[in-house]
Design a protein around this ligand. Structure first.
Ligand SMILES: C[S@@+](CC[C@H](N)C(=O)[O-])C[C@H]1O[C@@H](n2cnc3c(N)ncnc32)[C@H](O)[C@@H]1O
Length: 373
């Protein structure tokens, strides 16, 4: 038997360990598929970054020479990348010489502006730079994780590219009409705050759709707020402002008709304080709209999630890490707020009105419409 470096393994040593060698070989294969996933992820990032998917999406059958001509990139490098993409099942080829992108592949890998299935943005720059990995390893010793800002400016960009398509494409046409009165109130002129707004896509999308309402985005991340302010200035959106502050600093007066927290309560060190602060700043007839990861109450329920391992890895790298970035952090993490626990959090913070759950067919998230009274 040979291992991957071509060294012959001592078969008798292996056998005396009382191993099921077939099961071990299968497990080794599984482990190598994760390595393959890591490397194909990097190739997806290159395809996205170099505009290759954009080009191929509209091009029809393409040879490396034609792709090189159109993009100005080197043909030999493109050939290797194209063959790898076909091997990964992302492009089509019959001869390894001419390649084509299917409409389905274009939807997932190229169509950032109007496809909810667009995924290439999530491959921005690898899972984490080495210095962040070093700090995560250290966090296993200290117990203290990294804030979003401590993961660096590239992480803010990655998070934005991964989450922005939903806010841009689905928030106004898909989610708002399901809420009791949000569209009417926004149309009539409302005060809105997005707590944990990240790079501000939801705020900017709503501000453009409802020019008679005013919008604030709050987030403690300097990198995210910088991106949000730059986007607002570039798009010339006058009714949106951004504040670099955590939820705990919200004004203690019933000011806002609509409060948003999208994909961020489980990242907070003190989500219960955030809920109390939101209770303090929401109008008596206001709405708190929450987007939270679709999590189960038990390990068995979570087994139904086909990307469960990715969720836990995301938690270690990002969500739980952020939620443990203070010594007394709650540390909820990616799967830490299933519906019952979220409802308890809201009730404990003084939200005594309706708690409605909206499952709008988003495989990863649930949406909650919560009323203070
Ligand atoms: C996964 S991102 C979501 C960003 C944005 N809501 C979206 O959907 O794109 C989580 C955000 O929560 C923010 N966050 C973490 N702790 C926070 C706190 N205490 N108050 C407000 N935001 C916080 C992080 O800085 C980060 O921008």
């Amino acid at each position: 038997m040979w291992n991957h470096s071509g060294v012959e393994l001592d078969r008798t040593t292996e056998e005396t360990k009382d191993l099921d060698m077939d099961a071990a070989a299968l497990l080794a294969f599984k482990v190598w598929t994760y390595k393959q996933g890591e490397l194909v992820s990097l190739m997806i990032h290159l395809g996205d970054r170099l505009g290759l998917y954009h080009d191929l999406a509209h091009a029809g059958p393409t040879t490396p020479a034609e792709l090189a001509e159109r993009t100005g990139l080197h043909q030999r490098w493109l050939l290797e990348w194209l063959r790898g993409q076909a091997a990964a099942g992302l492009l089509e080829t019959t001869d390894g010489e001419t390649f084509e992108m299917s409409p389905e592949s274009a939807t997932v890998l190229s169509d950032e502006s109007d496809s909810l299935l667009f995924a290439a943005g999530a491959f921005q720059g690898g899972a984490a730079p080495p210095e962040v990995v070093d700090r995560i390893a250290e966090a296993f010793r200290t117990g203290i994780g990294l804030t979003y800002d401590e993961m660096g400016p590239a992480a803010a960009h990655s998070v934005e590219r991964m989450l922005a398509p939903w806010s841009r494409i689905a928030l106004v046409p898909e989610l708002l009409p399901r809420l009791a009165d949000a569209s009417e109130r926004l149309g009539g002129g409302a005060r809105v705050i997005d707590v944990g707004c990240g790079a501000g896509t939801a705020v900017l999308t709503l501000a453009e759709a409802f020019p008679g309402s005013t919008f604030e985005g709050w987030d403690p991340s300097a990198h995210a707020i910088e991106r949000a302010r730059a986007a607002a200035a570039e798009r010339g959106i006058p009714n949106a402002t951004f504040v670099q502050q955590p939820a705990a600093g919200l004004p203690d007066e019933p000011t806002f008709d609509l409060v948003l927290t999208f994909d961020c309560l489980h990242d907070m060190t003190h989500p219960e304080q955030a809920a109390e602060a939101i209770r303090g700043c929401i109008a008596a007839d206001g709405t708190w709209l929450i987007k939270e990861v679709k999590a189960g109450d038990t390990w068995a329920e979570n087994q139904r999630n086909p990307v469960l391992a990715m969720m836990y890895a995301t938690s270690v790298l990002t969500c739980m890490s952020s939620a443990l970035s203070a010594p007394d952090g709650a540390g909820l993490g990616t799967l830490g707020l299933p519906p019952a626990r979220l409802e308890q959090l809201c009730r404990d913070a003084g939200f005594s009105g309706a708690f409605d759950v909206h499952d709008i067919g988003d495989p990863a998230n649930l949406y909650y419409e919560v009323r203070p009274n």
